[in-house]
Write a protein that binds this ligand. Structure first.
Ligand code: G3P
Ligand code: CA
Length: 245
């Protein structure tokens, strides 16, 4: 029942573990999620760093912009203690480390890599991420998404067959026009868009809707009826426990 809707763990299983850490990703795998969503920024030395914010301030014991720090500096920080004492010692992973983990036996998770380049431009970010996807043979398992229209256009140009998602907030009138203009494969949206007339039109035009961030499992009926492809949630277990078995 309802298995046609895939559950993605948003920033990993971030309701129970510190977001965007290996602990959160491993928990998503063990919970039976179909995929994970994660965020990528670029460090001063060009390393691809899995973290939501542009700075380390909110989710570590350090401070400063990712773009001004090397990964060697970033990995020293505690990325778990802010969440719970039991998670102290978690570190900020490189995207490379997540892909290494993802290609292990038994791991078939889809991975939605959100390029966090809507507030800061990271020259070469798209090229680096695509190179890594190719190095690990993850082409069929990765979806690249961004709020940055130009970035998605670059991805389409660099690798036309990779899955792409145009990220929106709210219910922008021009979503379908922009999605077609970029040539993305899907629209990553909030529930309001998915349930709107515009959402219905986008779906009928062939754009799967992947919805973030839904933590109330009672919404799943509405979203299933609306035909969404993916629900991204911080609490995958809330959805999966009702659906599996
Ligand atoms: O990718 C969907 C969602 O994660 C976008 O918003 O702020 O949680 O990265 P945010
Ligand atoms: Ca995100």
């Amino acid at each position: 029942m309802k298995k046609e809707v895939k559950i993605f763990a948003h920033r990993g299983m971030s309701g129970h573990y510190p977001e965007n850490t290996m602990a959160a990703f491993q928990a998503a795998l063990e919970a039976g999620a179909a995929g994970i969503e994660l965020d990528v920024q670029m460090a001063k030395d060009g390393k691809l760093v899995v973290i939501h914010d542009e700075t380390v301030d909110r989710t570590t014991n350090g401070s400063g912009y990712i773009k001004d720090m090397t990964y060697a500096e970033i990995v020293q920080l505690d990325a778990g203690g802010w969440f719970a004492a039991a998670n102290a010692g978690e570190t900020i992973p490189e995207l490379d480390t997540v892909f290494q983990w993802a290609v292990r036996d038994g791991n078939e998770l889809l991975i939605n890599v959100e390029l966090k380049n809507d507030l800061i431009e990271y020259p070469g970010l798209e090229e680096k991420v695509i190179e890594l996807v190719q190095r690990y043979g993850m082409e069929e398992r990765v979806i690249l998404s961004s709020f940055n229209e130009e970035s998605m256009r670059r991805v389409r140009k660099l690798h036309p067959t990779l899955q792409t998602g145009y990220l929106i907030t709210g219910v922008p009138e021009d979503t379908l026009v922009v999605a077609k203009r970029i040539g993305v494969n899907s629209i990553h949206c909030e529930e309001a868009f998915a349930l709107s007339e515009l959402g219905r039109e986008a779906k009928e035009a062939g754009f799967p809707l992947r919805v973030y961030t839904v933590n109330d499992e009672t919404r799943s009926d509405f979203l299933t009826k609306a035909g969404v492809e993916v629900i991204m949630t911080d609490f995958p277990g809330r959805f999966l426990k009702n659906w599996l078995g």
